[in-house]
Write a protein that binds this ligand. Sequence first.
Ligand code: ATP
Ligand code: MG
Length: 413
Amino acid sequence: MGSCFSARVKAESLPCNGVNIKHAGRSGNDRSGSSSKVSSSTVPSTPRTQGEILQSSNLKSFPFNELKAATRNFRPDSVLGEGGFGCVFKGWIDEHSLTAARPGTGIVIAVKRLNQESLQGHQEWLAEINYLGQLYHPNLVKLIGYCLEDDHRLLVYEFMPKGSLENHLFRRASYFQPLSWNLRMKVALGAAEGLAYLHSDKAKVIYRDFKASNILLDSSYGAKLSDFGLAKDGPTGSKSHVSTRVMGTHGYAAPEYMATGHLTAKSDVYSFGVVLLEMLSGRRAIDKNRPSKEQHLVEWARPYLSSKRRIFQVMDARIQGQYSSSDALKAANLAIQCLSAEPRYRPNMEEVVKALEQLHNSNNNDGSRGSRGENPRRVHRSSSNGPTYHRKNEVSNGKPASYAGPCVSPLRT
Ligand SMILES: Nc1ncnc2c1ncn2[C@@H]1O[C@H](COP(=O)(O)OP(=O)(O)OP(=O)(O)O)[C@@H](O)[C@H]1O
Ligand SMILES: [Mg+2]
């Protein structure tokens, strides 16, 4: 978290294989690595001005001093995490007046503060307000308000007590116990419902940055999507895709999108498949600390996933015994479908939701609900595939890295 309190520099625009890959370094005890951002030549335009977006949003406009007071002057010990945008602080506000409250009173909020040196941050900040100011769903994080004052750009969210899925899957701290199979299925279902809503006719939005760190968890592990800085309106009329700068997170972004900049809802489905695979395996999408053949999760796991005998070599050893072999195969099969190289062979998110509902119900109907323990009917695997803890990886020679934070915000076109 150290970088929250010192200047953090983003290196911009390193040309690479015809695209610009950007890195945002991170440092600190628990988070280190880089983000990579890729851009091509098409710059999206927005039909709405900043004033229109802010006025129409129904969000509270907070004075900077109010958020300073709510977070006790952005106290270091109230940092919840750090992303490419900046640090996120815990704070308290009165639920009626929305003014700063004493810690432990009123409602808890998460305040995301944009690094002032961030070049792309303003557009991400505005895109977040644009989308979360209009979209409401139980599986999307609630944006309460924002602050725009001098150079200050902040976002105020509902506080998500269990933090991000990324922390639960990959963090070393002892208070992050491995998520059980049941909770993984619950989180997968909730996140899938959030994406299905975004893709539905009610919203028609492509999320574009689906990854474990953007899935936040409430006190009962309900999943909510956060970070709409890269979200994009879906294609309209007879168009099959939207053309965009290629942005997102290496390791999660769909290959055809990386190659062409053509964005469809199926790009999100691919990213969902990557996260599902992370949940099944307990491995990061990209892990440079592993042997070279295992660094790219999808490439490494693909041959195992399609083999009934070998699938269990992919499964996270920390949850062995918690699921039936048939459920593991179904979940792996769903991941394979989402990760199809051809977008048209990927299911849509409604279909993914249905498949996950069955998996979730199947496991809950056999009396094992909430169990983290052993079940005699469940599969055990002998090979070791323990937790992995590592740095986030950097982009190198155009190869995917584990993380690329939000990039230039595509506003409504
Ligand atoms: N509403 C929230 N409630 C609780 N914790 C939060 C909330 N929003 C963010 N966090 C914490 O702060 C961390 C950083 O979030 P942030 O979205 O800034 O970065 P990120 O998702 O890790 O990376 P990126 O910059 O790519 O989005 C999250 O991983 C999470 O642990
Ligand atoms: Mg995020």
